[in-house]
Write a protein that binds this ligand. Structure first.
Ligand code: ADP
Length: 334
C-alpha cells in the first residue's frame, strides 16, 4: 500500500527499487554499517513509489541474528510521514516569515523613531529660543501657547525615545555610554519637561537632591534621564491631586537612588506583578481614561537591569505609588 507495488511484483526484488536518488549516499552507508554489524537502525529517507511519486519514509530496520551469529534477514517497519514532513516544513516557513517580519518591524521602528527625533529636536529648540525672546519680545498669551507646544513636543520625545530604546533592546543593540556627570542634570531635564503638566493639573512638584550626591557620579546620563522622565511622567499622569516628589539620595554608601513618589491612583498588588512587562497597562480597555502605550515601565525595568540596578515599587490603590531605582554608586572625587 505504501509503495504502490503488488505483492508478486516485489517478491525476490531488492529494496533498492524504492530508491529516489534524493538521499545522500552517507545515509545508506550508515544504515548498512549499522544493520550489518547486528544493530538496529532508525532513520528517515525519501523513497519513490511505483508510479514515480515520492514520499518521506520513517523506518526502523532490525537485523535477525541467528544463534551462530550470522544475519539472515532484515525486518523493516516503515511509515509514510509525508504529511508530517509537509506540516513541519510549513511550520518552519511560517516561523521564518514571522522572525523576518518581526525583524523588519523592529528596523522600521528604529528608523521611524530616529527620523522623528531630528525634527522634534528642532521644534523643541526653536520653541525654547522663542520663549527666551531670542527672536524678540513675545506677549504672555503667545508664551502660553509656546509652553503648550513645548510640553506636547516633550511628551512626544519621551515616547519616541522609548520606542528607540525598545527597538534597541529587541535587536540587542542598546549601548550604554557611561561617564561622570552631575545628578542635577537629571533633575533639570525632569523639571523642564514634567513641571508644566503637573502645574496644569494643580499638582505640587517637589525636587530634592541629597547633599551627599553633589559630587559627579558615574553612569549613562541619557538613559538615566529616560528612566527618571518615565517615572515622573507617569506619576503626574496617574495623580489627580496632591504631590509628586522626585528625590535623589544615597540609601547607603554603595548605592544611589532615584525615587518618584506620588499621591495618585495607586496600583493594586496583582497589577504590580505585571506593570513592568512591555505594553502592559493596568486597565487595558479601550475606554481607558489615560493615554500611553504601556512601554514606559518596561523600558525603565530593562534599563535598570542593564545598568546593574534594582527597582522597587510600593503602592496602595487610592493612596499613591513610590517607584525607586537604585544603582551602584561610583563617585568621582576631586
Ligand atoms: P503607560 O504608557 O500606560 O503609562 P507604563 O509602562 O509607563 O505605560 O505603565 C504601565 C501601567 O502601570 C500604566 O498603564 C498604569 O496603569 C500603571 N502605572 C504606572 N505608573 C503609575 C503610577 N505612578 N501610578 C499609578 N499607576 C501607574
Amino acid at each position: 500500500q505504501l509503495t504502490g507495488y503488488e505483492h508478486e511484483e516485489v517478491l525476490g526484488e531488492n529494496p533498492r527499487i524504492l530508491k529516489s536518488g534524493k538521499n545522500p549516499a552517507g545515509l545508506y552507508l550508515n544504515m548498512w554499517d549499522t544493520i550489518s554489524s547486528g544493530k538496529v537502525w532508525q532513520g528517515e529517507m525519501i523513497n519513490r513509489r511505483k508510479d514515480g511519486s515520492e514520499y518521506f519514509e520513517e523506518m526502523t530496520i532490525t537485523p535477525l541474528v541467528q544463534p551462530n551469529g550470522t544475519i539472515t534477514h532484515f525486518i523493516a517497519i516503515k511509515q509514510d510521514i509525508s504529511d508530517r514532513k509537509r506540516a513541519e516544513e510549513a511550520l518552519k516557513l511560517a516561523h521564518e516569515q514571522a522572525v523576518e517580519s518581526n525583524r523588519m518591524k523592529t528596523q522600521l521602528l528604529a528608523h521611524v523613531s530616529h527620523d522623528m527625533r531630528t525634527p522634534l529636536s528642532a521644534i523643541i529648540g526653536y520653541t525654547e529660543m522663542l520663549q527666551a525672546n531670542v527672536y524678540g519680545e513675545i506677549p504672555v498669551e503667545q508664551k502660553n501657547v509656546l509652553t503648550e507646544i513645548q510640553d506636547s513636543a516633550n511628551q512626544l520625545l519621551l515616547f519616541v525615545n522609548n520606542l528607540i530604546g525598545q527597538a534597541q533592546f529587541e535587536t540587542g543593540k542598546i549601548l550604554l555610554k557611561p561617564k561622570y556627570f552631575f545628578v542635577e542634570e537629571l533633575v533639570e531635564a525632569c523639571r523642564d519637561s514634567v513641571t508644566y503638566s503637573a502645574n496644569r493639573k494643580g499638582l505640587q512638584m517637589q525636587y530634592e537632591i541629597d547633599p551627599s550626591l553633589e559630587q559627579a557620579i558615574y553612569g549613562d546620563p541619557y538613559w538615566l534621564r529616560q528612566i527618571l522622565l518615565n517615572l515622573a511622567n507617569n506619576a503626574v499622569k496617574y495623580t489627580h491631586q496632591g504631590l509628586v516628589k522626585v528625590r535623589l539620595f544615597c540609601p547607603d554608601q554603595q548605592h544611589w537612588t532615584m525615587e518618584v513618589a506620588d499621591t495618585g491612583i495607586g496600583i493594586s498588588k496583582e497589577a504590580q506583578e505585571t506593570v513592568f512587562e512591555p505594553f502592559r497597562q493596568v486597565d487595558g480597555s479601550k475606554t481607558r481614561e489615560y493615554g500611553g502605550s504601556g512601554l514606559g515601565l518596561s523600558i525603565v525595568k530593562e534599563l535598570t537591569d542593564l545598568m546593574g540596578g534594582q527597582i522597587s515599587l510600593v503602592s496602595w490603590p487610592g493612596v499613591g505609588s513610590t517607584f525607586s531605582v537604585s544603582f551602584p554608586y561610583i563617585e568621582k572625587r576631586a
